[in-house]
Design a protein. Structure first.
Length: 305
């Protein structure tokens, strides 16, 4: 007589062979999520502390009368009042000149690297040079422009010289940002245009660049925000002027970093208030540029739908 074999039944999901890997994956997932949250908090705490400090110490100057409508011309370290109207204008002018020069060059280089450069010797050399420029300190770029602009050509220090130094810092960022955006565009769109007989250059202008426009605008504005706060080119290539100077070739100009450097030598409470106020104004200006870039990119994306 044979004894029937009975198999032990287990509840679904309790098989140890299946449970252990699932448990390990769940634990690894929870640990990774906790690590990401901890890293985010570790990055946000210093940033929040910095913003709170700047706002607390600079709000008094920014909210004062005349801060955005007056300059510091004729005011000494012991006379309260004045504003950074001249510095905001100077910062925007230098940023505009830099953008006008750097954006066409950066976008053109990125288009070549994506559309024509892969696998070519010139493409590899261009990529290598862009990588080198990405790591050049701002003071090295400023010294190079000083040696070329002032020493070699005998031209005076001015806002244009500062813009040329900032171009060397901005072009690699524009190239990298534009290059990444162009690579995201599906190759099928290019092939569809080529199949209709559209030349390659016209495909780039009418298909590829419009599709990548939102990302390119964002990359450009981030690059502009990055170079607006550079101080080494300002110290070496142009002096600080406490008055309004709208001509970038006219010599000294007022800028927000220049205000901070100038007021750093003023240990009085008035000087410290102006210093923190200029810092808060610069942060607000950069934030406005970033918000504007996102709005433009969003409107461009919606308009293409």
């Amino acid at each position: 007589m044979t004894t029937p074999v009975t198999h032990a039944t287990t509840a679904p999901g309790t098989d140890p062979v299946l449970t252990r890997p699932r448990l390990r994956r769940r634990i690894a997932d929870r640990l990774a999520a906790a690590a990401m949250i901890a890293a985010t908090v570790a990055a946000l705490v210093p940033l929040g502390w910095l913003l709170v400090t700047v706002v607390a110490k600079g709000a008094g100057a920014v909210t004062g009368s005349g801060w955005f409508t007056h300059s510091l011309n004729g005011l000494t370290s012991t006379i309260a009042g004045g504003g950074v109207y001249h510095a905001v204008l100077g910062t925007l002018i230098i940023g505009a000149v830099t953008t006008v020069i750097a954006v066409p060059v950066g976008v053109a280089v990125a288009v070549y690297l994506v559309e024509q450069g892969p696998g070519t010797r010139l493409g590899r050399i261009t990529t290598f040079m862009v990588d080198i420029l990405s790591g050049v300190p701002s003071i090295v770029a400023a010294l190079f422009v000083y040696a070329l602009w002032v020493v070699t050509f005998g031209l005076q220090r001015s806002g244009v010289a500062v813009s040329i130094a900032l171009v060397l810092l901005m072009v690699p960022m524009v190239v990298r940002g534009t290059e990444e955006m162009l690579r995201v565009i599906p190759h099928d769109q290019r092939e569809a245009a080529w199949a209709l007989g559209v030349p390659r250059w016209k495909t780039v202008l009418s298909v590829v660049l419009p599709a990548a426009a939102p990302g390119i605008v964002t990359a450009v504005m981030l690059a502009v925000a990055r170079v607006l706060g550079e101080t080494a080119p300002l110290l070496i290539l142009v002096g600080y002027a406490p008055y309004i100077e709208l001509d970038p070739t006219g010599g000294e100009m007022g800028t927000l970093p220049g205000v901070m450097i100038d007021q750093l030598n003023n240990p009085s409470a008035i000087g410290l208030s102006r210093l923190w106020g200029a810092a808060l104004t610069l942060i607000g200006l950069i934030a406005l540029l970033n918000i504007g870039a996102r709005l433009i990119a969003r409107r461009t994306r919606i308009g293409r739908r």
